[in-house]
Design a protein around this ligand. Structure first.
Ligand code: MG
Length: 415
């Protein structure tokens, strides 16, 4: 990457919203995403970026999340190697524009600290609800500012776009005036798709320009949903740079399903006589069974660890300690059901289990095992795969001393 000269790049992460459209008590920027939160994921990409000199996170104005945000900032500082206290948390305002202006105020303060004029500082303004922002998008924003007045991340529209005519709106049903179902009319000109872009963030401006543009918008009473529009109103030429589909905004709970997390599990149990052999809840005829505190269902134990791993919830030892008598002889399928409960709203995409054993032959029981797992997890059998292998007579499984199992699981959404 090129030397930036005296120019400094500051990131302003706008995270002051309450996320009411999500229909959840937790604001959307604090929902689980990618193993942490939406906010931490989005801000983390900026924190790790070598060309970002300063980070400002704008919190809700009532101060209710200050403490939580400071924790997130501390975690980001630690993970990105930034110095302690370097990520600034400030409070925003009632509207998004008020929050951005608060961020710009903090950026001006930093410019003074850095001995820069507001012309020497570029600010990348990013919505925390876009955790899919990439290092490349940030780099493109900064590099484009070498030759552009301002930059807006955007993606071409792949859908056909129409402007609907609301004046001719028909109301259906005798009581359906404004509150209920309406059908806007679409008999309007086709908007040429190649002229339509979906606007994303970050949007990048010279600090002096965008501060002035917000001042002008305030005095003109001009409002807009994004900063590029505010800049455009002030006559600043905003260039488009390429965003990505992954950088779309989380506005509903469904959007968050885009984040897939995977986990891995591994377990071993020793063969002993006079114990039943139960795999994925299926009793298998065998002269040897597996030793263990519970029913020693090695396949389900590996699966539980994979699911807990995907959800970032530790391991089965933590949740079902073998020092706890409640789990003596426990039916592992019941424990699997408990693990499923711990996943909350997260959706299980698929699971895959490999059982490693020299004997007995497991092929006749595989379908039953798969159906048991699918039934307990409440997912289709097509989302469950169970297979078995030997290790060619090698190692402890080859010597018939015990059995091992591995599993992977993928989940989407927040626990
Ligand atoms: Mg075990």
């Amino acid at each position: 990457m090129e030397e930036k000269g005296n120019t400094k790049a500051y990131a302003i992460i706008v995270a002051a919203g309450k996320g009411t459209r999500m229909g959840t008590e937790v604001p959307k920027q604090l929902l689980s995403y990618g193993g942490s939160t939406v906010l931490e994921t989005a801000a983390g990409v900026f924190a790790r970026h070598p060309l970002i000199d300063r980070m400002i996170i704008v919190a809700p104005r009532d101060g209710s999340l200050d403490e939580r945000y400071r924790e997130i900032a501390r975690s980001l500082e630690e993970k990105s190697g930034r110095s302690e206290g370097s990520i600034l948390i400030i409070r925003g305002g009632g509207e998004r524009s008020d929050s951005v202006m608060a961020g710009l105020g903090a950026a001006s303060f930093y410019a003074g600290e850095d001995g820069c004029s507001a012309d020497d500082v570029i600010v990348l303004i990013h919505d925390a609800a876009r955790p899919g922002v990439s290092e490349d998008i940030i780099t493109r924003n900064i590099e484009a500012m070498e030759s552009c007045e301002a930059v807006c991340t955007a993606v071409p529209s792949t859908d056909s776009i129409r402007i609907v005519n609301c004046e001719n709106t028909e109301y259906i049903g005798s009581l359906a005036l404004k509150e209920t179902i309406t059908y806007p009319i679409m008999n309007t000109d086709i908007v040429r798709r190649e002229l339509v872009y979906r606007v994303q963030t970050p949007q990048t401006f010279r600090l002096s320009d965008i501060t002035g543009a917000y001042g002008l918008a305030a005095s003109d009473g001009y409002t807009a949903t994004d900063d590029a529009a505010i800049a455009g109103h002030a006559g600043i030429k905003v260039a488009i740079i390429e965003g990505s589909a992954a950088n779309s905004k989380i506005t509903t709970k469904e959007d968050i399903h885009m984040a897939t997390r995977s986990g891995i599990g591994y377990d071993v149990h020793r063969f002993v006589p006079e114990r039943p052999l139960i795999l994925c809840g299926t009793p298998i005829p065998s002269n040897l069974g597996l030793d263990g505190h519970s029913d020693a269902d090695v396949a389900v134990h590996a699966l539980m660890d994979a699911l807990l791993g995907a959800a970032g919830l530790g391991d089965i030892g933590r949740h079902f300690p073998d020092t706890d008598d409640r789990y003596k002889g426990a039916d592992s399928m019941k424990l699997l059901e408990e693990v499923k409960g711990m996943l909350g709203d997260a959706h299980i995409v698929n699971v895959d289990i490999t059982i490693i054993a020299q004997e007995p032959k497991l092929a006749p029981y595989i379908d039953q095992m798969r159906d048991n797992v699918a039934g307990t997890l409440g997912i289709p059998a097509s989302a469950v795969n169970v297979k078995a292998t030997t290790e060619e007579g090698l190692g402890f499984t080859g010597r018939r001393e015990g059995m091992a199992a591995m599993a992977v699981a993928a989940i989407e959404g927040s626990n």
